[in-house]
Design a protein around this ligand. Structure first.
Ligand SMILES: *Cc1c(COP(=O)(O)O)cnc(C)c1O
Length: 355
């Protein structure tokens, strides 16, 4: 059989994996613990009855972008939507990256911020965060001056550490950056402030958001960006025609009618974050303060892989970061329902006591 080889530059990179194991309690991918609110399914079904299935969808996703713009108090022309915020990031790399160009990341951070540039043949230049995972402005200056990246990725709250960048930090990075500064706010609703307030027509700052976490819609694959109009226009030229299907456009718009319920869920999760952080602090583990819906921790005396495996044996799945660079022995737990979190805390307590 004649079979082409994968592109040479791709063959060097491993893919992105998050093991899906059959368990009772899944706290590994930072989704919302509950399905969308009461009334969402019915409202969506009613609207879907009007879909003209034989026609291509609205290529500009006008109604959805208008609804997102109203939600954030910006113009629809400043909103770019795609199939998950990962596709937003990919479109940014396809538009402003490519051969001879680079993207900057500061590790540890979201793995896809370096994976997506690689698959678009964009070089990745990585700086290191400090011991406590904060941005070090000298290191930021060094990376940006040495490499002149067209995109600098920040993530706030940062996945997997949970750390929120301050407004001062984001402004300082934007001042130093030679190109765009993309602030990935997949967990923005859980944080005390948003870089959305820094977006305007003359600033290089763009903010990405997703329906996958706070909106309980990971299954829909929908994300978006708020940025200057010129950038939205440029991205729209690069993305595939009709990339966003009619069903998704409607689902994203209908979801925004349930904003009060979403806000209540966010505040419940923020409260739960306090409870679980306090409980973890009573155990022999190091816990990092989080501004998101997940918590990074490291068992003091038992190896992270072992704890992860023993949690799986107790039917609790968390994210194993133990072998990731800079995160030696760390695990990340997504906040679930109080019942799920108790299952996790009981299992962890048991494991640490008997190891
Ligand atoms: C989960 C997550 C996303 C979400 O990506 P989607 O493609 O919208 O599901 C984006 N960025 C970060 C940092 C995440 O953790």
């Amino acid at each position: 059989m004649k079979r082409p080889r994968v592109r040479d530059d791709l063959a060097l990179h491993p893919g992105y994996h998050s093991p899906q194991v059959e368990v009772d309690v899944r706290l590994n991918t930072n989704e919302a613990p509950e399905p969308p609110p009461e009334g969402f399914r019915e409202a969506l079904a009613a609207e879907l009855a009007g879909v003209e299935w034989h026609r291509y969808p609205d290529r500009a996703a006008t109604e959805l972008r208008e609804a997102i713009a109203a939600h954030h108090g910006v113009q629809a022309s400043q909103v770019f939507v795609a199939n998950g915020s990962n596709e937003v990031l990919q479109t940014l790399c396809l538009t402003y990256g490519g051969p001879g160009r680079s993207v900057a990341t500061f590790e540890p951070t979201y793995a896809l911020h370096s994976h997506i540039p690689k698959i678009t043949n964009t070089a990745v230049v990585s700086g290191e965060r400090t011991e406590d995972f904060a941005l070090d402005m000298d290191e930021v200056r060094r990376v940006l001056t040495e490499h002149d990246p067209t995109i600098t990725f920040l993530c706030s709250p940062n996945n997997p550490t949970g750390m929120v960048e301050t407004e001062e930090t984001v402004r300082a990075v934007a001042d130093l950056a030679p190109g765009l500064v993309v602030v990935d706010e997949a967990y923005g609703q859980f944080a005390p402030w948003s870089a959305l307030e820094l977006v305007d027509e003359t600033s290089p700052i763009v903010v990405t958001r997703t329906y996958s976490k706070t909106w309980s819609m990971a299954a829909a694959r929908l994300g978006y960006l708020i940025g200057p109009t010129w950038l939205v226009e440029e991205l729209s030229e690069v993305v595939l025609p009709y990339h966003l299907d009619a069903v998704k456009q409607i689902a994203g718009r209908v979801a925004l009618d349930f904003e009060p319920q979403m806000r209540r869920r966010v505040s419940d999760l923020v409260e739960e974050r306090g409870r679980v952080t306090a409980a973890l602090s009573q155990l022999p583990v190091t816990v990092w303060p989080s501004g998101a819906n997940f918590i990074l921790f490291r068992p003091d005396a038992v190896d992270g892989d072992t704890v992860w495996q023993r949690l799986v044996e107790r039917s609790v799945l968390v994210r194993n970061c133990a072998s990731w660079p800079r995160l030696d022995g760390c695990l990340r737990i997504t906040l679930g329902t109080p019942g799920e979190d108790d299952r996790f805390l009981d299992a962890l307590t048991d494991i640490l006591e008997t190891s």
